[in-house]
Design a protein around this ligand. Structure first.
Ligand code: ZN
Length: 246
């Protein structure tokens, strides 16, 4: 793969957890990489932070109805990519609180023990959706705290152990430092994203969106189609400001 060796997710064995603010973000941001990791025999899990009930411009679609629709779309899309399980959190769409989400994530990290966590980059300057920013921040905070036994100690009383993943991969990033060649799974990614019919007008549009992003990241990576990530070893998520330049 197209990574500096220590940042290569394909050389870090173990389960993978992809966190998304809304149904469709894992597919859009990292669907090709998820398909490749699952195809490698890795257990891939999703945490979906909100049910996406606000995601429509149509005032005649009721939020509860949209949430039901999106849940079904997400289950189909994840199945196509080989995802093992989806954990649904119950945070309100457009109103995700960092600290509460962080606590729930710490518990899931201790339960699922992923070696790699995939999440939206919260430090993309022009990202305006607070759910994306807050989800990314909550994930990064959870990653440095999940190994500390006195944090969320209710988990420990419930029989879970402190646990730290090794690597975080941030999607939707404007500062990629690692790329996955997704040329071989691009159609699969388009098929999976197109399952989110409530969000996109059709497969052709989805294909256009996926290709635009994959070509831009691909140019940086020197391949036709790539997904780009800011990849950071969890050990460097605190007091290591040089990671911004790597
Ligand atoms: Zn989203």
């Amino acid at each position: 793969m197209l990574y500096p060796e220590v940042f290569d997710p394909f050389r870090v064995p173990g389960a993978v957890l992809c966190v998304q603010p809304h149904p469709d973000d894992c597919e859009f941001g990292a669907g090709g990489t998820i398909a490749l990791l699952a195809g490698d025999g890795r257990d891939v899990y999703y945490v979906t932070v909100t049910d996406g009930r606000m995601g429509t411009f149509n005032p005649k679609v009721y939020p509860e109805e949209l949430a039901r629709m999106r849940r079904k779309e997400q289950e189909e899309a994840a199945r196509l990519l080989g995802v093992r399980d989806i954990i649904w959190f119950d945070f309100m769409d457009t109103d995700v609180p960092v600290k509460d989400l962080r606590g729930r994530l710490i518990t899931e990290i201790r339960r699922l023990k992923p070696s790699i966590v995939i999440a939206p980059d919260p430090y993309t300057r022009y990202e305006a959706h607070s759910d994306h920013i807050n989800t990314g921040r909550a994930v990064l905070e959870a990653l440095i705290l999940s190994g500390l036994p006195h944090v969320n100690d209710v988990d420990i009383r419930n029989g879970l152990e402190p646990y730290s993943p090794r690597l975080v991969m941030l999607y939707y990033t404007s500062s990629p430092n690692g790329y996955v060649d997704v040329g071989g799974v691009l159609n699969l990614k388009v098929d999976a994203l197109a399952r989110h019919g409530s969000q996109f007008p059709g497969r052709d549009f989805v294909e256009f969106l996926v290709k635009v992003n994959a070509i831009l990241y691909g140019k940086l990576a020197g391949v036709t189609y790539a997904e780009g990530f800011k990849v950071i070893p969890v050990d460097l998520l605190h007091v290591a400001p040089f990671i911004e330049r790597i």
